[in-house]
Design a protein around this ligand. Sequence first.
Ligand SMILES: NC(=O)c1ccc[n+]([C@@H]2O[C@H](COP(=O)([O-])OP(=O)(O)OC[C@H]3O[C@@H](n4cnc5c(N)ncnc54)[C@H](OP(=O)(O)O)[C@@H]3O)[C@@H](O)[C@H]2O)c1
Length: 227
Amino acid sequence: MSGERRIVVVGGGGGALGRAVVARLLGDGWPVVVAARHLPDPEIPGALFAPCDLGDPAAVGALAERVRAEGEWAGVVNCSGGYAGDLGHRVSEDDRAARLELNLLGPWRLAAAGAQAMEEQGGGGRIVNVLGRAAVEVAAGQAVYQVAKAALLRLTEVMAAELREAGITVNAVLPSVMDTPANRRAMPDADHSRWVPVDRVAAAVAWLLSPDSDQVSGAAVPVYGRA
Ligand SMILES: NC(=O)c1ccc[n+]([C@@H]2O[C@H](COP(=O)([O-])OP(=O)(O)OC[C@H]3O[C@@H](n4cnc5c(N)ncnc54)[C@H](OP(=O)(O)O)[C@@H]3O)[C@@H](O)[C@H]2O)c1
């Protein structure tokens, strides 16, 4: 190990889950870089913000350089993504492209940038992708979201196999409905007490970044609670 600062990069770190993940990781003592398009509001004290549109390969390349200037890549957490309803046979070309970009290609770029940096550093590191039940359970009316999350699960498994010898673990967490402000606005009459608190999902992510999980790779961890 080089003695450099070992940094965790959180894509979408200003979102509902992302903020909880960043807070947890800072509490665990990790230096954290938040990669998102907008400065988190309110700002997250202690985290370094690196503006980055994961849809732009050049921006992801610039992010990789910036993190290397700050230290080593120790981990990546992919919290960017977002739900949208559609039908597989009705979705427009534009919506399909945008939703695949948001839920699959952007997280893929960040995971790849992190893995390349980890290899170049000599190996070792952690990648955690946030998926959801949609990765493993079929539901009508969310075709692109389901396809993207299922593909990101397969990518998690493939990268776990490809990076095993380099000591880089690649895992996924699958939250059920989380208790977020957006979900409360969208479903005001639901029983919010059944939803999964974001800090419990963050705890699962933190475990996958911790020394205790160093033998775990290619896993898809359900975080369903009672939701
Ligand atoms: N909410 C749920 O109940 C639920 C359940 C299961 C799974 N999930 C999954 O959990 C993850 C987090 O969900 P959430 O509810 O926390 O979502 P959220 O609050 O909307 O946060 C997502 C974040 O992703 C960032 N982002 C979007 N596009 C980006 C891009 N091109 N480049 C960089 N960052 C980008 C956004 O920040 P900027 O706008 O600043 O870029 C946003 O803060 C998602 O993958 C979601 O599919 C959510």
